[in-house]
Design a protein around this ligand. Structure first.
Ligand code: BF8
Ligand code: SF4
Length: 626
C-alpha cells in the first residue's frame, strides 16, 4: 500500500506543532510572507547587471537605459541561471576529481571500482599497462581536471553520444569546450553591452548545460563510482520513520559523497557504536536528505529520511543529534531552527558556510579525523535531547535502489530473450518497447517547489505513467518522493499496466528505477546513448521524455538544457523565468526543435502534463512505425 501525500502532510502538520511550541520558523510560513512573488522577476524582465539600472521592462518602458529590449534581458537572465547551475554541478565534479587525486592504498579514500577506472583511463588516453592502480587513478583524475580548463578541443565524454547527436552539436556549434570556459563565456556574454540576441544567448545556454551533463556531472558520477563503487541493487527504506528514537541520529545532507561516505564509515565502526552505547543510546542511525542521501542509499543502502522540502522536518523530530551538510540545497534556515532544538548543525565546506552552524572543515587529507570528530559530536549531543519534543512520524516504505547503467545491463543479461548470446546490450529493453509491452520511458528528475504541492506532482505523475506501461528512471528529490510513497518497492508492480507489470516480474525490478543523485542524470544520458546505439534510433526518436514537475534550482535549468540539448523533450511543472519574452519563450517551447530535435513544454496542471507526455511518447512510437 502506497503512502499518500495526505499522510505526508499530516505528519508534517504534527511536526510543525512541535515547531510552534519552540518558536521555530518554517518554509510553510515563509512562503506566505513571500507571496505573491514579484512579477518582474518571475517573468524574467528585470535587469540588474549594471549600475545604471536596475531596469525593468513594462509597456511604458520597453527598453532598459542601455536600450536593451525585453528579449535580450530575459535571454541574459536565462543564460545566467544556467551558468549558475552548470558551475555548481561541475564544481562538485571537480571536487570528486580532487578526491580521486588524493586516493591512496593506505589513505582515507581508495579505488573501489578498478574496472571502471580502467575504462575511464582508456577514454582519457591514460596508459595502464603494468602500472600501479593508484598511479592510473591520479593520472585519470588529472586528465579529468584538465577538462575544466583545457585551451583546445571539446569535452571527452561527448564522444559517448551517438554520431547523430554529435553531428547536431557540431552543426549547431554547441559541443561543449572546457567546462569553465562555457561558464565564463556565459558570464561574458551576459555582461553589460555584450549579447542581447535571444538565439545567441539560448545557444550558449545549451552549450553551458551540455558542459555540465556531458562534462562536470558525468565526471562527478564516474569518479564517485571509481572511489565508492558503482551502485548495484540494494534494499533500503525511505521517509522520516527511518530515524530511530533510541539511537543517535546523524543526518547527512547535501551532495558530495566524499563527506557522507566517510561519516557512514565511521558511524558504523565498533568504536563509535560502543561510544554511543556508553552515552545511553542503543546505536547510531545515519540517514540522509537530498542528493547525498541518494549517493549513500545507492551504494550502501543507507535510509533516506526525506527530500528537499523535508529538510526542516528532520530537525523538527527533536531526535536529530546532528545534521551534517556539505554543499547545495541546504536551507540557511537550518541554523536558527537547530538552535530551537538540541541539534548540531554542522557545515563542512568552504563553499557552503552558514551562520549558526558549527564549521568543521572537511578535506580529503583529514577526512577520517573530521568524520570521527563529527560522529563523536553527535554522540555526545544525545544526552541533550529534550524528550518532550521527540516525535518521529511512524512512516516509512521499503525501496530497492541502485540502478546504475551497469546494473540495468546486468539485469537485462539475466533475462531470457532473443539476444541470449549477447550480453551487455540494451536490446531486451528495446524489444519490449518495439513489441509495445513497454510504451516508453520517462526520466523524472528534480526538486520540490512550494509552487507545486510538494511530492504530489512526482507521485501522481509516476502512478499515471506506470499504469500506462511507461517505465520510469528517476533521480534526485524525485527519486526520494517515489521511495517515500512506496513506488520503489518491487510490489509496486501491481500498480502498473499489464505490460510493465510483466517486465517488472521478468527482470525483477520495481517500475520506478532509482538512478541516483542529480549529477547522476549523466547516467540517464549514457543510458539514452546506449539505447540509441543498440536500437539504431536517434536519441530524439526513442519513446522517451524528460520531466521535472517540481524543479526549483539553477542546477535544474542546466540539466533541462542538456537533456533537451541531447534530443530529449522535457516537460516542466514550473515556469522558468522566461515567459516575459515571446522570443525566448518561443525558442524554449518550440524553436529549439529545429536545432536539437527537442524542446520544453511547461504545464501547471499536472494531470495534463502527464497526458501530454503520454501523447508525445505515442507520437514517437507512431513515427517509428511501432
Ligand atoms: O541536486 S533535486 S532540491 S537535492 S537540485 Fe536539490 Fe533539486 Fe533536490 Fe540534489 Ni537536484
Ligand atoms: Fe539596465 Fe541595460 Fe544596465 Fe541592464 S544592462 S541594468 S537594461 S542599463
Amino acid at each position: 500500500k502506497l503512502t499518500t501525500v495526505e499522510e505526508f502532510e499530516a505528519a508534517t502538520e504534527r511536526l510543525l506543532e512541535t515547531g510552534a511550541k519552540v518558536g521555530a520558523d518554517s518554509w510553510q510560513l515563509r512562503v506566505k510572507n513571500q507571496t505573491p512573488h514579484c512579477k518582474f522577476g518571475e517573468s524574467g524582465v528585470c535587469c540588474r547587471i549594471c549600475s545604471m539600472g536596475p531596469c525593468r521592462i513594462t509597456k511604458k518602458a520597453p527598453r532598459g537605459i542601455c536600450g536593451c529590449d525585453v528579449h535580450g534581458i530575459v535571454g541574459r537572465n536565462y543564460l545566467r541561471f544556467t551558468a549558475g547551475g552548470s558551475a555548481t554541478h561541475s564544481d562538485h565534479g571537480r571536487e570528486i576529481a580532487h578526491t580521486l587525486h588524493e586516493a591512496a592504498a593506505d589513505g582515507n579514500y581508495k579505488v573501489k571500482d578498478p574496472e571502471k577506472l580502467l575504462r575511464l583511463a582508456a577514454e582519457f588516453g591514460v596508459e595502464t599497462e603494468g602500472r600501479d592502480i593508484y598511479d592510473v587513478a591520479h593520472e585519470v583524475a588529472e586528465a579529468g581536471l584538465m577538462e575544466y580548463g583545457k585551451p583546445f578541443g571539446y569535452q571527452v565524454f561527448t564522444k559517448r553520444a551517438p554520431e547523430h547527436t554529435q553531428e547536431i552539436w557540431d552543426r549547431e556549434e554547441i559541443r561543449p569546450r572546457a567546462i569553465d570556459r562555457e561558464v565564463s563565456c556565459a558570464l561574458h556574454m551576459t555582461h553589460m553591452g555584450c549579447s542581447s540576441k535571444p538565439e545567441a544567448l539560448i545557444r550558449q545556454s545549451l552549450r553551458a548545460g551540455l558542459s555540465d551533463g556531458w562534462g562536470g556531472s558525468m565526471m562527478g558520477t564516474e569518479f564517485s563510482d571509481v572511489l565508492f563503487g558503482t551502485p548495484r541493487e540494494v534494499e533500503t527504506e525511505a521517509n522520516l520513520g527511518v530515524m530511530v528514537a533510541e539511537n543517535v541520529n546523524i543526518v547527512v545532507h547535501g551532495h558530495d559523497p566524499s563527506l557522507s561516505e566517510m561519516i557512514c564509515e565511521y558511524a558504523d565502526s565498533k568504536e563509535m557504536i560502543d561510544y554511543a552505547k556508553s552515552m545511553g543510546a542503543q546505536g547510531i542511525t545515519v540517514s540522509g536528505v537530498c542528493c547525498t542521501s541518494n549517493e549513500v542509499a545507492m551504494r550502501r543502502g543507507i535510509p533516506m529520511a526525506g527530500n528537499f522540502l523535508q529538510q526542516e522536518n528532520v530537525v523538527l523530530t527533536g531526535a536529530c543529534e546532528a545534521i551534517v551538510v556539505d554543499v547545495q540545497c541546504i536551507f540557511p534556515a537550518l541554523g536558527p531552527l537547530s538552535k530551537c532544538f538540541h541539534t548540531k548543525f554542522i557545515t563542512t565546506s568552504p563553499v557552503a558556510q552558514m551562520p549558526d552552524s558549527d564549521f568543521i572543515r572537511f578535506n580529503a587529507k583529514t577526512a577520517g579525523e573530521n568524520a570521527k570528530q563529527i560522529v563523536k559530536m553527535a554522540i555526545e549531543n544525545f544526552k541533550n535531547r529534550k524528550p518532550e519534543l521527540v516525535h518521529i512520524p511512524d512512516m516509512k516504505q521499503k525501496a530497492v535502489v541502485g540502478y546504475s547503467v551497469e546494473q540495468i545491463e546486468k539485469k537485462l543479461d539475466g533475462v531470457t530473450n532473443t539476444h541470449v548470446d549477447e550480453t551487455g546490450t540494451m536490446m531486451p529493453l528495446v524489444d519490449c518497447v518495439k513489441a509495445g509491452v513497454l510504451r516508453g520511458a520517462v526520466a523524472m528528475v528534480g526538486c520540490n517547489n512550494p509552487k507545486v504541492r510538494p511530492d504530489a506532482a512526482h507521485i501522481e505523475l509516476m502512478k499515471k505513467l506506470i499504469a500506462n506501461d511507461i517505465i520510469l528512471v528517476v533521480s534526485g528529490c524525485s527519486a526520494q518522493a517515489a521511495a517515500k510513497a512506496g513506488l520503489m518497492d518491487k510490489r509496486a508492480k501491481d500498480l502498473c499496466g499489464a505490460g510493465l507489470k510483466r517486465v517488472c516480474e521478468l527482470v525483477d525490478i520495481p517500475p520506478v528505477l532509482h538512478m541516483g543523485s542529480c549529477v547522476d542524470i549523466s547516467r540517464m544520458m549514457v543510458l539514452a546513448a546506449r539505447i540509441a546505439k543498440d536500437s539504431g534510433w536517434n536519441i530524439s526518436q526513442i519513446p522517451l521524455v524528460g520531466c521535472a514537475p517540481e524543479w526549483m534550482s539553477e542546477k535544474a535549468v542546466s540539466i533541462g538544457n542538456y537533456v533537451v540539448g541531447t534530443g530529449i523533450d522535457t516537460y516542466l511543472g514550473v515556469e522558468p523565468y522566461a515567459y516575459g519574452s515571446e522570443e525566448v519563450d518561443g525558442l524554449l517551447k518550440g524553436g529549439l526543435t529545429d536545432w536539437v530535435e527537442a524542446c520544453y513544454t511547461v504545464e501547471h496542471d499536472i494531470d495534463k502534463l502527464g497526458d501530454m507526455m503520454i501523447e508525445r511518447i505515442e507520437e514517437k512510437r507512431t513515427a517509428l512505425g511501432i
